[in-house]
Design a protein around this ligand. Structure first.
Ligand SMILES: [Zn+2]
Ligand SMILES: [Zn+2]
Length: 367
């Protein structure tokens, strides 16, 4: 029976099933193309000038939408480079070691020359046990992809891919062009929708398609709008969805604005320096996905000092003055220790709305 099925068969099934949302979207898009071009433009619209203008604009937005959707789906997520893996001897030593303090010592030695500014909530080096790799800043392990993804934003089931450093620009363009596509359809279909509705036009098979076209376009437009607005806001703040949930932890503690360089620079970090490429789904994001410029974080007077081990205190080797926290970061937060609690839960709420439309976060817990 199913119980006996080897795990790779199950994984194979999961992989096939994961394409269902993408296939669903593709079918809806194909139908919308047929309904708009054939049923509306060819069969319903009589004015040739109107026909041509609608066809041209429709095809432009269709091409941009499909192009950016395609790139979001088929761009493989970027992974940490080799220099973030432990050397063979370090790896063996790490696995033999049972005390977390000694393991941290191995990681700290291995990470000495790596460009790392962020730590876990307890001040430890961020390490992925599953991939056996030191996590670069903004990198997170995705359980759905089973890999560490650079600047991971979230795992999106509607594109069956991780949204992160390699395709975040495409993802935002995909949302933007789907809005344009839906808005254009809804706006141009509206008058024919009304005519069919009030029986000003004869009852043909085009009626069904045109009525549905308006409903579907309007529905998708409304649901994508909140997700798109949220991501535009995130780009302006230089935060990933994960970082909006939980602020990255720097030497001086968590700082949700740690990677923010100001609005214009934040936008350029995702869209690139040259404005002519901003609206095209070609890769122009700045940086290598591993190192990110940070503001020099000075202690914010409003931010209570957190008991995070400063980098300078190397005396933690003996484990005596290293205050190992018994509670994980998330538990701490539940107890109200997190200064960003209010704002973060607001972020989380706004994401929940967005999550309903397809974005879900599958991330590891960093304890
Ligand atoms: Zn990993
Ligand atoms: Zn993923």
């Amino acid at each position: 029976g199913l119980k006996m099925a080897p795990s790779h068969v199950l994984r194979c099934c999961q992989r096939v099933l994961a394409w269902i949302p993408v296939v669903f979207i593709a079918l809806v898009v194909c139908w919308s193309y047929y309904a708009y071009v054939v049923e509306l433009c060819i069969f319903t619209i009589k004015n040739p000038g109107e026909k041509i203008v609608y066809m041209v604009i429709f095809h432009l937005s269709f091409i941009m939408f499909v192009w950016s959707y395609w790139k979001t789906i088929f761009t493989t997520p970027a992974n940490p480079s080799k220099e973030f893996s432990l050397s063979k001897s370090d790896k063996e030593q790490y696995e033999r070691e049972e005390r977390p303090e000694s393991q941290q010592e191995i990681l700290r030695r291995a990470a000495k020359d790596l460009p790392l500014y962020t730590r876990t909530g307890t001040g430890a080096i961020r390490y992925c046990d599953r991939c056996q790799v030191i996590k670069p800043d903004r990198c997170h392990h995705c359980s759905a992809c089973d890999m560490c993804v650079l600047k991971m934003d979230h795992h999106c089931p509607w594109v069956n891919n991780c949204v992160g450093f390699s395709n975040y620009k495409y993802f935002i363009l995909f949302l933007g062009y789907s809005l344009v596509y839906c808005l254009f359809i809804a706006a141009t279909v509206l008058q024919y929708f009304i005519k069919f509705w009030t029986n000003d036009l004869p009852d043909t098979h085009a009626k069904f398609h045109v009525l549905f076209l308006f409903f579907v376009a309007a529905m998708f437009f409304i649901s994508i709008l909140s997700l798109f607005s949220y991501h535009v806001w995130l780009v302006g703040k230089n935060r990933s969805t994960i970082e909006a949930f939980r602020a990255p932890v720097f030497r001086n503690g968590p700082d949700k604005n740690g990677f923010s360089l100001g609005f214009v620079k934040n936008v350029k970090e995702v869209f690139g320096d040259e404005k002519k490429y901003w609206l095209l789904p070609v890769f122009t994001s700045l940086g290598d996905g591993v190192t990110y410029p940070t503001r020099l974080v000075n202690l914010d007077p409003e931010q209570p000092a957190l008991d995070i081990q400063p980098e300078s205190a190397k005396s933690s080797v003996d484990g005596q003055c290293h205050p190992t926290r018994p509670l994980s970061e998330s538990q701490n937060r539940l107890l109200g220790n997190d200064p960003h609690l209010t704002e973060d839960s607001l972020d989380a709420d706004s994401h929940k709305t967005a999550g309903g439309q397809g974005a879900s976060v599958l991330m590891e817990s960093e304890s």
